[in-house]
Write a protein that binds this ligand. Structure first.
Ligand code: BYC
Length: 309
């Protein structure tokens, strides 16, 4: 294949479509990232799904059900995007279930109170938007298009989280304590969602040259901190970082040391909920086998009817 031509398209901000020629490494990197992204979406249904039966009101329950369904939809768009690159969905799911492919570390933390659902919307979806808006301009056509719809939905998710957090932060002393406790537990894991620091991110240089990543992990993390700290101040909550300060000269927030040991431990499978998340995923997949079989049988009947017509 003509790699120079490929790089010219990428450098000229063009889109690479499934039938276009592309270097093997580009295809592999995209499948890896899109699959891990898809896995994160469907595993990400679990921590919040835990609260559907215990949401504090009908309104909150309706919002939460819609949000968790949206995450399933995001998984579907993303597995679809990976399939356009030649990946097999069953194989990707096998890799998730056997631990050979990753999903975001953030979903290995427990949701112990209702405020955690609010904090996930505010912080986790907020971090997701920061990371995913640039992906709407990535060089892969199918991934970029999937991200446009995902980002619109994530934006609603973030707003509902911030609104729920606002209600708690302005509520009774017990509700304020819940809100602060949730911020205390979700802040640092949210910063780690952006991935390892730039000097320890093996895939970044190539992914940036290929136009898959538009900004580095540290750049996006910094943007998230700069956007979120004023929101915490607005809520009257304290970000759990004694070293956090606004640097007047740069206009950016300087923040404390990230615990990378914890990040790599969770990535290796040793986080508080890794085993539970995977076990539930595998069980849900097995219990859903009849639905997939029924859908496939229906599709082949329809196809046979079309051939006969
Ligand atoms: N967790 O070289 P690097 C959501 C891995 S879903 C686990 O920087 P890359 C939502 C990385 O895969 C949010 N692993 O990698 C859903 C690589 O390992 P491999 C998910 C991580 O790919 C439901 C190694 O570390 N978002 O928002 O250039 C409810 C070295 O890293 C993590 C996406 O997936 C992590 N946090 O950059 C609510 C976005 N970070 O594969 C919300 C798309 C890094 O070499 N993905 N690793 O073995 C990306 O933008 C990029 O893949 C990353 C990492 C920035 C995450």
């Amino acid at each position: 294949m003509d790699e120079r031509r490929f790089q010219q398209i990428v450098d000229g901000d063009g889109r690479i479509e499934p039938r276009d020629e592309m270097p093997d490494g580009y295809r592999k990197t995209l499948i890896r990232q899109i699959a891990q992204h898809a896995h994160s979406e469907i595993i990400g249904m679990q921590p919040e799904g835990n609260w559907i039966t215990r949401a504090p009101s009908l309104r909150r329950k309706a919002i939460l059900v819609a949000k968790v369904q949206d995450e399933a939809g995001h998984g579907l768009y993303l597995y679809g995007a990976a399939e356009t690159l030649g990946a097999d969905r069953d194989e990707l799911l096998d890799m998730l279930h056997s631990g050979r492919q990753k999903y975001s570390t953030i979903f290995n933390y427990p949701t112990v109170s209702w405020a955690d659902v609010a904090a996930i919307g505010w912080l986790v979806d907020g971090a997701a938007i920061m990371n995913q808006v640039p992906l709407t301009r990535c060089s892969s056509g199918p991934y970029a298009r999937a991200m446009i719809r995902v980002c619109k939905e994530e934006s609603f998710h973030q707003r509902q989280g911030f609104e729920a957090m606002t209600v708690l932060a302005n509520g009774s002393p017990a509700q304020r304590r819940m809100a602060q406790d949730a911020l205390d537990r979700w802040w640092w894991p949210s910063l780690r969602m952006f991935g390892p620091s730039d000097d320890n991110s093996p895939n970044s240089a190539q992914s940036m040259a290929w136009g898959i990543k538009r900004f580095s992990n540290d750049e996006l993390r910094q943007r998230f901190v700069d956007a979120t700290v004023p929101q915490a101040e607005h809520l009257g909550l304290t970000v759990p970082d004694p070293d956090l300060r606004l640097d007047a000269a740069t206009g950016h927030h300087v923040f404390g040391e990230i615990d990378w040991t914890e990040f790599f431990e969770v990535m290796k499978g040793n986080g508080p909920c890794n085993r539970q998340r995977l076990e539930r995923r595998v069980t849900a997949h097995e219990e859903g086998a009849w639905v997939r079989e029924a859908a496939a049988a229906y599709a082949s009947k329809q196809a046979a009817r079309e051939v006969a017509a």
